[in-house]
Ligand binder design. Sequence first.
Ligand code: GN1
Ligand code: MG
Length: 367
Amino acid sequence: MERESKLRHVSKQFQIYGEIRHAELCKIGHINETYTASYDQGGIEVRYVHQKINKSVFKKPVQVMDNVMRVTRHIRRHLEETEAADLTRRVLTVVPTRSGRPFWRDENGDYWRTFVFIENVETFEAVETPKQAYEAAHAFGLFQQQLVDLPGKRMHETIPDFHNSRKRFEALEEAIADDHFGRVRSAVLEIKFALKHEKIVDVILRLMSQGRIPERITHNDTKFNNVMLDVKSGSALCVVDLDTVMPGCALYDFGDMVRTTTSPTLEDEPDLSKVEMRLPMFKQLARGYLNSAGGFLNKTERAHIAFSGKLITFTIGIRFLTDYLNGDTYFRVHRPHHNLDRSRTQFKLVESIERKEDKMQDFVDQL
Ligand code: GN1
Ligand code: MG
C-alpha cells in the first residue's frame, strides 16, 4: 500500500474527528517511523502524530504502551491537581483506537499509536543557549519527580538491560571477535579507546547492586530533541519519546543530557575539533536538574552527577561502534560509516568530560 493511502487507513482506526488532509514523515529519531498528520475538523486544522513502533527494537509493544499509558495518565492527574493550563501541551495525550485500545495492530503485525500533536513548540538538535540547557534538565528532572509516587506494580522493562554498560561492553567485545563485516580494521582507534575505558562500566552498576543508588522510574532517552520548548517563551513544556520509560537509574537520564546538550555539535559531527563539553552549559544543566530532582536524589546519586555524563556518553558510543561492526542493523544510518562517526564523536566528548570532570562535580557539590 502506498504511503498516503496507508496513512489514511491508519487514521481511520483512531478516535479522531475530522478528515485527514496530509501526512508528513518526520525525519528525526533513529528507531520508530513517525508521521505528522493534519486533519480538517469542520474547517479547522487539527494535527496528530501517527507512529509505527519499531518491533525489532521494541519486542513487546503492548508492554511499551502499557507503560506509556500509566505514565501519561499519572502525570496528567498531577497536572490537573495543580490546575495547570494547557494540559495537552504539558504531557503527551494518547488517542485511543475506535475500540478503546492504546494501539492498533495492522495487517503486517505492526503496532501503531496516535498522539495529540503539541502545537506552538519547537525542538532543537543542538542546544543554542544555556537557558535551553536549564530548561531541558528541569523538564526531565520534573518528569522523574512526577513519577516518584506512581502507584502499582513495577513497570515493564521494555528493553531489558537498556543502559547496562557492562552488557553493552560485552556486546562490543563479541562484535569485535565476530567481525562479520570485516570492519574491525577500519575502527582500530575507536576500539582501542573503548577497551581502554572498560573500568568505568561497572561503577554505577555496583552502587546499584549495593543498594546505594536506588532504582527509579526514568525516561532513559533524554536527548535534547526529546524536549518540547514553547515557541514564545522558550520554556520547556513537555518531554516526549516515552517508549523507554521504565525502571532505571536517575543518573543515566542526567548523563544523556550531558551528552546531548553540552557540546555545540550534533552526535555525528565529523569535525572532532568542534566537539567539546562546555562548562557553562553543564552548569545550567546541573542547576535545572537539581531544581526539579534535587528533592529526591540521595548523596551517592549527587556525587556521581559529573561521572554519569562520561559514562552515558561512553556507553552510547560503544553502542554506535557495536552497531557499526555488526553491519548497521539497529540505528538508522544516512551515510557510509555513519555509526563509526557517531561513536568517534561520543569518544571525543568523553575525553573532554574527563578533562573537566572534577570541575563539573565541584560545581554540583556547591549547589
Ligand atoms: C535512539 O530514536 P532515538 O533517536 O530517540 C536510541 C537511544 C540513543 C539514541 C542516540 C530505543 O533514540 O538509546 O541514545 O538513539 N533509542 C533506543 O541518538 O535505542
Ligand atoms: Mg528514542
